[in-house]
Design a binder for this molecule. Structure first.
Ligand code: UDP
Ligand code: MG
Length: 324
């Protein structure tokens, strides 16, 4: 059987770039000998993205489209694409031309050397602010120290996966989807390919610092229990300090009697302990919330409409995605 390739493109309000993206992508695919399909996943866009996908599907037999019932976020959109894909090699790529489609042949070539995941590593982050570079570097550093299975630095979601890597990812149906962590978690043979990242071609990034911070918290808490342990240690040391301080107070009373003083120290202790407790509660709450969200076992997305031949993937388990 011929080697097959599937390209998954999550798109959320990408009217400005989608046609240009497809032009570049199809030029690349035309130059490859492999049989290719392109799956555009419209993540509940509110602009003309879905109409454009429809036009692309009509003009190009390789194109299929999925429209999710609302904006579920990029991670869910990629999952929808992975569920629909049926190919020997599956590429995940952003629609905004930040990931150059021209790199796909090289990624696939590395995959065919016997690897399961080939991820593109940015050599340079052109067009990003210094603050963004700094925060993302800090995030990776924290993740590396905390996480049980560190993920590669400066790596986006741009990568190619083998059939068994896709099958492994499909089994991970947790709601807290931190894909970069999941990619690393499945293991197998993973290699990186360095490239120069272009600035976004048009439109705005869909990430703001609020979303990025939430993603960072998700990344840390879904792959590590270190924050829980930190809270434990903080609470323990606070309690120990308070105990020693209490001993000192009693000793003072025994030696010198007790004039009515000590209001400031009392406040300090109360505030300190209150703070430590709130912190610990917050951390625990974070994990309890996660347990709650997972225990509901809701589907990760719903498909509202399809363009082209993108049918429901066979063998979806009952806990898997909802079908249209
Ligand atoms: N995206 C999505 N759903 C969202 C946000 C983004 O499908 O809720 C898609 C978006 O259309 C693009 C890719 O995810 O193809 C990356 O988004 P973006 O360029 O905004 O992120 P950045 O490159 O800044 O990380
Ligand atoms: Mg982008």
């Amino acid at each position: 059987m011929a080697y097959s390739l599937s390209i998954i493109v999550p798109a959320y309000n990408e009217t400005e770039v989608l046609e240009r993206f497809h032009a570049r992508l199809s030029a690349v695919l035309d130059g490859m000998a492999t049989r290719a399909t392109v799956i555009y996943v419209d993540d509940g866009s509110r602009d003309d993205t879905w109409a454009i996908i429809g036009r692309l599907a009509q003009a190009d037999a390789r194109v299929t489209g999925l429209k999710l019932s609302r904006n579920f976020g990029k991670e869910a959109a990629m999952t929808a694409g992975l569920d629909a894909a049926d190919a020997d090699a599956v590429v995940l790529i952003d629609a905004d031309l930040q990931d150059p489609p021209e790199l796909i042949p090289e990624l696939v070539a590395r995959l065919r050397e016997g690897n399961d995941v080939v991820y593109a590593t940015r050599a340079d982050r052109a067009g990003e602010t210094r603050l963004k570079k700094f925060t993302s570097a800090a995030f990776y550093r924290v993740m590396e120290r905390l996480s049980d299975n560190p993920m590669p630095r400066d790596t986006g979601d741009f990568r190619v996966l083998s059939r068994r890597a896709v099958a492994a990812l499909r089994e991970l149906r947790e709601r807290q989807r931190f894909m970069k962590g999941l990619f690393a978690w499945i293991g197998y043979r993973q290699v990186s390919l360095r490239y120069q990242r272009d600035p976004r071609y048009a439109g705005d990034t869909k990430w703001n610092y609020w979303r990025l911070t939430n993603l960072a918290i998700e990344g840390i808490t879904s792959f590590s229990v270190a924050p829980l342990r930190m809270a434990t240690w903080l609470g323990l040391s606070a309690a120990l300090l308070a105990f020693l301080y209490g001993l000192w107070v009693i000793l003072k009373v025994l030696l010198w009697g007790d004039p009515v003083r000590g209001y400031p120290t009392l406040m300090v202790v109360i505030v300190f302990l209150g703070g430590a407790q709130l912190l610990a509660l917050g951390v625990i709450g974070e994990y309890v919330g996660r347990t709650y969200a997972e225990s509901k076992r809701r589907p990760l997305y719903y498909v509202e409409e399809r363009h082209g031949a993108a049918g429901p993937s066979p063998g979806d388990d009952p806990l898997g995605p909802g079908q249209a």
